[in-house]
Design a protein around this ligand. Structure first.
Ligand code: XMP
Length: 514
């Protein structure tokens, strides 16, 4: 395993992704939580120091623990990580004169294990740089391996101690050989075997869950989304009969999705599943409400009430299983919030653990989203469940803005949505789009169908690309595709006579309309 010390770079998570893609388990620890003791306790085969926004020249800027360099462990410093390593080992770093951002060309000067199979002496290759400071004097024992115009020490090595540094960012896709470089570090320099696979993770995690839970009873909230589905399938394999899944059906799911959840988990996995159709209750609670925030609050509170009632009905449980993922767990390095670090803690079933006083089982805490998908496939979940687009907890209820929710409106929206997604799949676009859905608009417009006048709803189509949902761009469909979708919706869905396409990016828009 590899330890990544985070100095607050925007792309530290990408280092972890690349290392794991090389089949090596790794964790990101914020620099202010790393000590010689914590490194020994984690027992890594190597350490990567990330980039970061600080300047080594500033007083009080972050450092790696001094003992790190006496532990006999290979160290790779990236950008700020390289600079602090050099400063700590007796070199010099200069502030601000040679800023380099974006693409740069690096020339390899001397052979180095880091570049095995990538480049050779005198060869040039493109990298991605983003730095204001640079190393100007190397510490003792270091040699120059590669240089760029703005960074004479673009790559450096102390072969005896296995210390390496790169000024550029090997973790980003804009450094085409970066993946191989990181793979060389973890395999050839640190000697990691590269056998961390989803198959291995599955076996290891099943043992962990058994050890944690013992003979206790576990309750798991199933939503039909990827994360909770994978948690349920994994726990089923680990503890079988001690698990009960509760699926609170709000009535706001897409067409066929509730049925699929029940079919897959009850029939195929033979999991004890409580399917509570609470759609009447949710609609009653939301009667007359059109304010987006109030709707979310009502849905959240109703969900918790129903879940608690179902949990009581089965006699309670000792543990609550949740699909918390690694990005929710990583403590981000904060330079503005004083000594405390910001902890993002996002729960799929918000508020439940506190109210129900149960211990948590979170078997996906160490995984990134696409690793969760790979684990889901490994566990035998259907592809269309594992590869599903994100879907908000309040579901279709936040896709009917400006008017009261009724079964009729939900049905109209559901039919349009089914057609839209069907055409997206047929066009082979489902996997390149982050999220796509219809919005039923609170306007009626005049149309003519056959010889009659129509006066029906307008519907908006939304499709965005994104990598994390934080920023997004509208998907540039061709007009023929949009025309085909509009035609089908207007012809097949009674109640809609006009279709529009939303071309707003995020920011300034958001992905959902509410
Ligand atoms: P926005 O609309 O904020 O959405 O750009 C970003 C991502 O979050 C999802 N989303 C929600 N998910 N409860 C959820 O569980 C919510 O209330 C909610 N609102 C938005 C949205 O679908 C997108 O993936």
């Amino acid at each position: 395993r590899i330890l990544i010390v985070d100095f607050g770079s925007q792309v530290t998570q990408l280092i972890a992704r690349r290392v794991r893609e090389a089949g090596v388990y790794c964790e990101i620890h914020p620099f202010n939580r790393v000590s010689a003791d914590s490194i020994r306790a984690f027992a890594p085969k190597g350490v990567i120091l990330s980039g970061g926004p600080a300047s080594v020249a500033e007083t009080g800027s972050p450092r790696a623990p001094a003992e790190l360099f006496t532990m006999g462990l290979p160290v790779l410093g990236i950008c700020y990580g390289q600079q602090t390593m050099c400063a700590q080992l007796g070199g010099s770093v200069e502030s601000g004169h040679h800023r380099e951002f974006g693409r740069a060309i690096v020339t390899q000067i001397a052979p180095c294990t880091l570049f095995d199979g990538i480049s050779s002496a005198n060869a040039q290759f493109p990298v991605w740089m983003s730095h204001g400071d640079r190393v100007t004097v190397l510490p003792p024992n270091f040699r120059v391996v590669a240089a760029s115009e703005g960074a004479p020490f673009a790559a450096i090595a102390d072969d005896y101690h296995h210390f390496y540094g790169v000024q550029f960012h090997p973790e980003v896709v804009h450094t085409p050989n970066g993946r191989e470089l990181l793979s060389n570090f973890v395999h050839r320099i640190c000697g990691c075997a590269g056998n961390w696979t989803m198959k291995a993770f599955r076996a290891q995690e099943i043992e962990k869950v058994r050890a944690q839970v013992g003979s206790g009873r576990v309750i798991c909230g199933l939503s039909g989304g990827v994360d909770s589905s994978v948690v349920a399938a994994l726990l089923n394999e680990a503890i079988g009969d001690q698990l009960t899944c509760v699926f609170v059906d709000t009535g706001f799911m897409r067409a066929g999705e509730s049925e699929q959840v029940v079919k897959v988990f009850r029939d195929r996995f033979n999991i004890r599943l409580v399917h509570k159709d609470a759609s009447d209750l949710f609609l009653a609670k939301l009667a007359g409400e059109t304010d987006p925030e109030k709707k979310r609050k009502i849905i959240g509170a109703t969900f918790i009430d129903v879940f608690e009632e179902e949990a009581r009905a089965i006699g309670g449980a000792d543990f609550l299983a949740q699909g918390t993922l690694y990005p929710d767990v990583i403590e981000s390095v904060s330079f503005t919030g004083g000594p405390s670090v910001t902890i993002k803690s996002h729960h799929n079933v918000g508020g439940l653990p506190d109210r129900m006083n149960m211990k948590l089982v979170e078997p996906l805490r160490e995984l990134f989203k696409d690793e969760v998908r790979a684990l889901g496939r490994e566990l035998g979940l259907p592809d269309d469940m594992v590869g599903r687009h994100p879907f908000p907890g309040p579901g279709l209820a936040i896709r009917i803005p400006g008017q009261e929710l009724t079964r009729e409106r939900l049905d109209i929206l559901r039919q349009a949505d089914t057609i839209y997604l069907d055409e997206i799949r047929k066009a082979g676009l489902y996997d390149v789009i982050w999220q796509a859905f219809c919005v039923l608009l609170p306007v009626r417009t005049v149309g003519v169908m056959g010889d009659s006048r129509s006066y029906d709803y307008a519907c908006a189509l939304r499709a965005v690309t994104s990598t994390d949902g934080m920023t997004a761009d509208f998907y540039p469909f061709d007009m023929a595709f949009l025309g085909r979708v509009a035609n089908r919706i207007i012809n097949e869905v009674k109640g809609i006579n006009r279709v529009t396409y939303d071309v707003t990016s995020k920011p300034p828009g958001t992905i959902e309309w509410e």
